[in-house]
Design a binder for this molecule. Sequence first.
Ligand SMILES: Nc1ncnc2c1ncn2[C@@H]1O[C@H](COP(=O)(O)OP(=O)(O)OP(=O)(O)O)[C@@H](O)[C@H]1O
Length: 521
Amino acid sequence: MDPFLTADVLSDWLKLILISNFLNAQVLWLVFSYVWTTLIRRFCTTVEFDEFDSTFSWINVWLAQRPEWYTARDLSITTRSFGLETGASRQYGEYHDGSRCSEDLKVRKQPSFFVTASFWYKGHYLRATRTRSQGTAHVGLQTLKIQIYGHNPKVVDGLLADAERCWKEAKSEQVTIYSSTTMNQWHQVASRPKRPLHSIILDRGIKEDLLSDARTFLGSRSWYSERGIPFRRGYLLYGVPGSGKTSLIHSLAGELGLDVYMISLSRAGLDDSTLQELISYLPERCIALMEDIDAAFHHDVNREPPSADPSHGSFPGAGTGVRSRGVTLSGLLNAIDGVAAHEGRLLFATTNHYESLDPALRRPGRMDRHIEFKLASRYQVKEMFRRFYASGNSASLPLCPEKSAPLYTDEETETNSVENWSPNSTAVSLIDGDVPISRTVSSESSDPDQPEVWQPISLYEQARKFASLVPGRFISMAELQGYLMLHRSDPLSAIAGARRFIADKGNRGELIPDRVSSKVV
Ligand SMILES: Nc1ncnc2c1ncn2[C@@H]1O[C@H](COP(=O)(O)OP(=O)(O)OP(=O)(O)O)[C@@H](O)[C@H]1O
């Protein structure tokens, strides 16, 4: 027998052929990859968008409007909206058969990581891939890569312009909120529907005045530069909790078409230099928001240097040795108006402890307008009631006829306040002469004095009645809202329970003295 044809030799031959085929395939694959990459490099333009840049949201929203993007074979499902609840997400929210997914939790489809979707854009072939970094300092950092065949810079510019337009259209009804990451980058954390200004109920003139002040500022860049005045404006909103400070800022952001950049002074790792850096990264037109500006410091904001004594605690992490030194007052003052401070921004700061703020922080130039938020006046109580129970769009509610026939003058607003009121007060009776009676209401009160039968004729009259039962400057607007929520669909039961609600609050000793007077610097 031919020694070359024995079983052992044949099996060796077979192995050799397989190995060489395998090696050939490997070599071929390497060659192919090399050629492909070279071709791509030579003939394609690659654009990268990384997660921490605002263009990442632009391109995501733009891609979401292309069917090729959410009909890829390997999909990942997300409830993340890239900050948008309108426009693009409407498309995400639609299932293939045209039915819509839940309003509350819209699911969105996108290709899985490293899966490429290809499509045509204005006559150019594009490939889009989601990638995620691994094994680096930025583990999990998402990047979107777009490859465009050809080397025409105009295509990239056009794509960016389209993506930006798409994003702006989609967010025209939204306010985008950014927060800083521990890497000191601005990161979009949420996007909320604009809150209409009319839904914030303050004593007359306050919000209109603030809005017009901010508008005037934003349109006065050249006026500031001609006079050498730094183009910055600061607003300090202070007062009792739950009085609408944060809500007003978000509503103003919507009115002015600005995004909100939240600066959390007590964030771990934030110190004077990182705060400076963060502020220098703010975009030209925006609202920088420092909530609870006093809370960055364990005690009062003051000029004392940080103490090494942990019991002093004048800066976050004092004495722990774990967190960075935190922000000092001088660091904060420098960040607000030092040479590196940002031009063109509106700074809003809020606090519940106005008196504890260092005067240097409150002075004009840093905080130009100081607006106090008090417990609800009777005007606010009445308006809140009216808007709460108004059917349809409460924006269309006619204004209260305060000017022609004031229900409560400013004096009444103040004098019929908690100081003159007691739970047993008979100053306010449930029925007064001008409210017609037409319906039986089973009162939740066992008070024998409380009449059983009454019916205000209109929402306006109901609001008036309700406000007459709630002493001015006694409860916060948030508390009032919470109470009305308990009687969400029944304004009459809200009126009937008002005396009990107020009495209970009084009995709990929650009488908060009215301590305010308006301050405008
Ligand atoms: N003036 C107001 N008009 C309408 N709603 C209000 C008003 N004040 C408070 N609310 C309601 O109360 C809730 C809390 O309001 P918000 O957070 O704006 O108060 P705040 O003054 O910022 O409180 P804090 O000082 O505790 O941060 C919100 O749901 C808001 O709708």
